[in-house]
Ligand binder design. Sequence first.
Ligand SMILES: COc1ccc2nc(C(=O)O)sc2c1
Length: 261
Amino acid sequence: MRVDVVSIFPAYLEPLGLSLLGRAQRLGLLEVHVHDLRGWTEDRHRTVDDTPAGGGAGMVMLPEPWGRALDAVRRGEGPEGPVGSAVPARAEDGAADDDPVLVVPSPSGRRLDQRLVRELAGEPRLVVACGRYEGVDERVLVDAAARYRVLPLSLGDYVLNGGEVAALAVVEAVGRLLPGVVGNPTSLVEESHEDGLLENPAYTRPPVWRGQAVPDVLLSGHHGEVARWRRQEGLRRTARRRPDLLNALVAADPSALDAAE
Ligand SMILES: COc1ccc2nc(C(=O)O)sc2c1
């Protein structure tokens, strides 16, 4: 997978070069290019924003730098020309399904969840446009729809200062699902949200720590009992902390909780 991120704060995305994602890039499992939007400005002050039409507080990001940036990135280019692996040119009568997904972090976006993460992990290419200020001029997203599948996306019902933190979250959540990135793929299956529930509490050594003992069943060696306990604890935790997930699971499959008996 190739990921291109455009931001006025490219340094914000440096953590993508660390740990598992950094290793994935070195192994060629993931390709990440971060571009400075100001590379597509043409004025002396490298201006990227202006006052909101209709008045109001804050600033809105100008359309022209974004238009130039998204045109170039669609062709696999940065401000100075081609970057990274070759990107297939868009056929004039190309199918929209072949267009890359343009993730646009926004408080007004679709809420990110593991199902959407899994969908995005199947894409050959993602482009992430990180807004700042009060957001990007809406005409940029309309114009981009001619050559991208535009996906406004939110991390949750709260507001950040810009799209970069959301970009980090999306690229990490998607990148870790790519084959070969995480050492033990089984660990991906036993995680919160993979089966619609929260995962069970985890324990390790020592058997007793500050007066708290590891639950006996986990030390029993009975794998069936351990699996049952973990499922029940996951359900219990979900019921306590995220009843909405439990309701959604049962609504989708009324027998979903039977296995926990
Ligand atoms: C202007 O760009 C922004 C501003 C706030 C914001 N908040 C997000 C969130 O997912 O909470 S994404 C995002 C993008």
